[in-house]
Design a protein around this ligand. Structure first.
Ligand SMILES: Nc1ncnc2c1ncn2[C@@H]1O[C@H](COP(=O)(O)OP(=O)(O)O)[C@@H](O)[C@H]1O
Ligand SMILES: [Mg+2]
Length: 331
C-alpha cells in the first residue's frame, strides 16, 4: 500500500441550508469548503472540535452518507461516497464506515430488544446467514467493548444506563470490523464518571483493530486526551489543524487561542468543558474572515479578505496574520 493512500479524503466539501421562510429566509453555508485527509496506512483518531453550530454534525453526516453535500467531494478509499451505488457497494460502504451518535437512546428502537438491532446489523451487512451465526459475531463484539452477551440478550434499551447503551452501540458499530468510525458527540450524554471509559475504549479499539476514528466534539479537553490529529472548526470552516499536541500547546489561530483560554488548565483536561455563546447567522455570511467580529488580533483587511487554510509545515491555519509566512512557505 502506498503511503499516500487515503482512507478518507474531503475535497472542498460544502453544504448549505436554507433557514427561515421562503420570503424572509437566508442561506447559510453550514459546512463551507472543508478539505481534510485521513491516511490509510496508520490508524488515527482525528478530533473535529468546535462550538455548537459550527457545522460538525453536518460534516459527519456527509461522511456517513446521510446528507448529500451541496458541493465538493467525499472520497473513501479514493471512491466518491456520493456516487450512486449498487446494493453490494452500499453494504461494502457500511462495512467500512460506521457511525456512533450522541444519544444512544435514540439509536435503538425502544419497542424491541437491543439484541434484535444487533442481529439486524449483522444480517443486513451480510456478516452472517442466520441468527445463530450472527450470535457469534455479536457476542465477540460485545466482549470487545467489555459487555457480556448473556446480560444484553433480550433486554430493551430502556433497561440500560446511557453509558452502557453507548457501549452497545459501539459494539454494533464494531460488528463489520469497520476501518473508520465516525462518532458525533458520543459522550456528551453519558454520565461524566463514565465518559473517560468510553473515550479510552476508542484508543483501545484503534490499537487492537487498527480502526481510525473521527471524534466530533465541542469538548477540547477530551479531544486533547484522545486524538492524534485535531481540526478546529468555526462557522463551517476548518480554521486550524495539525497534530493535537502541536496545535493545543502552541495554537496559531486566534480562535484556537480563545478556546484554550476557556479551559482553566489543559492539565485538568477531564474536568473542563467548553460552552460558548450561540452562533450568529450573519457571521456565516461575512465576506472576510468569519472570526473577524470576535478576533482579538484582527487587522483591517481581515474584514474584506477570506483567509484560506494554508499549510505551514505539518500544520495548517486559516488566518491572515500568517499571510507573510505563508507567502514565504509558498515560494
Ligand atoms: N437540517 C437543517 N436545516 C437547516 N439548518 C440546519 C440543518 N442542520 C443544521 N443546520 C444549521 O447548520 C449549522 C451547523 O449545524 P450543525 O452541523 O448541527 O453544527 P454542530 O454539530 O457543530 O453543532 C447550524 O447553524 C444549524 O442550525
Ligand atoms: Mg452537532
Amino acid at each position: 500500500m502506498l503511503a499516500e493512500d487515503n482512507l478518507l479524503e474531503l475535497r472542498n466539501v460544502y453544504r448549505e441550508f436554507r433557514i427561515g421562510t421562503a420570503l424572509f429566509g437566508t442561506t447559510i453555508a453550514a459546512v463551507d469548503g472543508v478539505t481534510l485527509r485521513l491516511k490509510s496506512d496508520l490508524p488515527a483518531i482525528l478530533s473535529i472540535v468546535g462550538e455548537s453550530g459550527s457545522g460538525k454534525s453536518t460534516l459527519a453526516r456527509m461522511i456517513l452518507r446521510l446528507l448529500e453535500p451541496s458541493g465538493g467531494q467525499v472520497l473513501l478509499d479514493n471512491e466518491n461516497v456520493w456516487e450512486s451505488k449498487t446494493k453490494d457497494e452500499l453494504i461494502s460502504f457500511k462495512r467500512t464506515v460506521q457511525p456512533i451518535f450522541q444519544s444512544p437512546h435514540d439509536s435503538f428502537n425502544p419497542l424491541r430488544p437491543v439484541s434484535d438491532s444487533l442481529y439486524d446489523t449483522a444480517l443486513n451487512l451480510d456478516l452472517a446467514k442466520s441468527r445463530v451465526q450472527a450470535e457469534e459475531y455479536i457476542a465477540q463484539s460485545l466482549k470487545d467493548v467489555g459487555l457480556d452477551w448473556k446480560r444484553i440478550q433480550g433486554r430493551y434499551s430502556t433497561a440500560f444506563s446511557g453509558g452502557e447503551l453507548q457501549r452497545v452501540s459501539i459494539a454494533r458499530a464494531l460488528l463489520p470490523r469497520p476501518r473508520l468510525i465516525v462518532a458525533d458527540e458520543p459522550v456528551s450524554m453519558v454520565d461524566a464518571s463514565l465518559r473517560m471509559n468510553i473515550i479510552n475504549l476508542f484508543a483501545e479499539l484503534k490499537e487492537t483493530f487498527g480502526i481510525s476514528f473521527i471524534y466530533v466534539t465541542h469538548d477540547i479537553s477530551t479531544a486533547y486526551y484522545i486524538s492524534d490529529v485535531i481540526a478546529i472548526m468555526y462557522r463551517g470552516e476548518i480554521v486550524e489543524s495539525g497534530a493535537v499536541k502541536d496545535v493545543l500547546s502552541d495554537p496559531y489561530h486566534p480562535y484556537t487561542e480563545l478556546l484554550l483560554g476557556s479551559v482553566p488548565s489543559i492539565g485538568e483536561k477531564w474536568a473542563s468543558r467548553i460552552e460558548l455563546s450561540g452562533m450568529e447567522i450573519e457571521e456565516y455570511n461575512l465576506i472576510g474572515c468569519k472570526f473577524y467580529p470576535r478576533c482579538q488580533r484582527r487587522q483591517e483587511h481581515c474584514h474584506n479578505v477570506r483567509p484560506r487554510l494554508v499549510s505551514m509545515g505539518d500544520r495548517s491555519v486559516a488566518c491572515l496574520i500568517y499571510r507573510d509566512d505563508m507567502d514565504k512557505h509558498a515560494s
